[in-house]
Design a protein around this ligand. Structure first.
Ligand code: CP
Ligand code: NVA
Length: 302
């Protein structure tokens, strides 16, 4: 059993993972030891940089009594073109579970196909399902996760985080509005997944979209791998910056969310991201708890 896409989770699985993550978080806060994964090993295969995902997987595994090893593209044979198929077959024989952050989603599928151990998507260009789980746990904690709650994704609605959030919030029955430039290409598969489970509106006017929002979410305008298009993208997304005027359109108790890393003054102003409505550190913290829940689930310990 792998965890490759947010569209691959059922509503029931989603809620049970969130419940388990909540319990693990409480347990961790009380300092209660949990050695459910003693003797288990995690291989982390990272082609792209990471702060949160890497640290939370490594430390989460340690907190559950297991251990982890990191292979990056620079310190592994991936840099010399070793096929994903061979890498997956071998890591699957060494480790009980693999978490991989790759550019191409097709590469992740090839890795998972070859691995005898479960593979977790730690971000590809297509999806970021661990982020979606952490975002939903954060919304739940802030009482925003309910059917009919209005979720607005501002900015780059055509990449991994938007795809993941579209799928996850639709599973939770939230009403989705995607606010993006006309040129932004929304992933058709994720859009139809979300539309088959909830309502999705597409707007090219962030102020109108933000009206009565419960949650306003944004992501960087220049994702890893898009550096060459930086200037073009900065211009294109400029009208979609989340600032205090945008937040004023939302409901009074609305929250601001971002997966991080964030670029203050670009997709969000410092006033909003560092202000009272921001939940960025809660979401980043929740990466730890949801990924512990996921590893326990995939290893049959929950
Ligand atoms: N949000 C997220 O995945 O952060 P990192 O790139 O630091 O892992
Ligand atoms: N969309 C961003 C997410 C970073 C966690 C990227 O892919 O770079």
């Amino acid at each position: 059993m792998d965890f490759l896409t947010t569209t691959g989770i059922s509503k029931q699985q989603l809620h049970s993972l969130l419940q388990l993550a909540k319990n693990l978080k409480e347990e961790h806060k009380c300092g209660k030891p949990n050695n459910s994964l003693a003797g288990k090993t995690l291989a982390l295969l990272f082609e792209k940089p990471s702060t949160r995902t890497l640290a939370s997987f490594q430390l989460g595994m340690a907190q559950l009594g297991g251990s982890a090893t990191l292979l990056s593209s620079s310190n592994s044979q991936l840099s010399r073109g070793e096929p994903m198929k061979d890498t997956g077959a071998i890591l699957g024989r060494y480790a009980d579970i693999i978490a991989a952050r790759l550019y191409s989603h097709a590469d992740l599928e090839e890795l998972a196909q070859a691995s005898s151990s479960p593979v977790i998507n730690a971000l590809t260009d297509l999806d970021h399902p661990c982020q979606a789980l952490a975002a939903l746990l954060t919304m739940k904690e802030h009482n925003k996760l309910f059917a009919g709650s209005k979720f607005v994704f501002a900015g780059d609605c055509g990449f991994n985080v938007a795809n993941a959030l579209m799928a996850a919030t639709s599973l939770a029955g939230m009403e989705i509005t995607l606010a993006c430039p006309r040129e932004c290409k929304i992933n058709e598969e994720y859009l139809s997944f979300a539309r088959s489970r909830s309502t999705v509106e597409v707007s090219h006017d962030l102020f109108a979209a933000a009206k009565d929002a419960d949650v306003i979410y944004t992501d960087t305008w220049v994702s890893m791998g898009q550096e060459e298009e930086k200037e073009k993208r900065m211009q294109m997304f400029l009208p979609f910056q989340v600032n205090s005027q945008v937040m004023k359109e939302a409901k009074k108790g609305a929250i601001f969310m971002h997966d991080l890393p964030a670029y203050r003054g670009k997709e969000v102003t410092a006033g909003v991201i560092d202000g009272p409505q921001s939940t960025i550190y809660d979401e980043a913290e929740n990466r730890l708890h949801v990924q512990k829940a996921l590893m326990l689930h995939l290893l049959g310990k929950a």
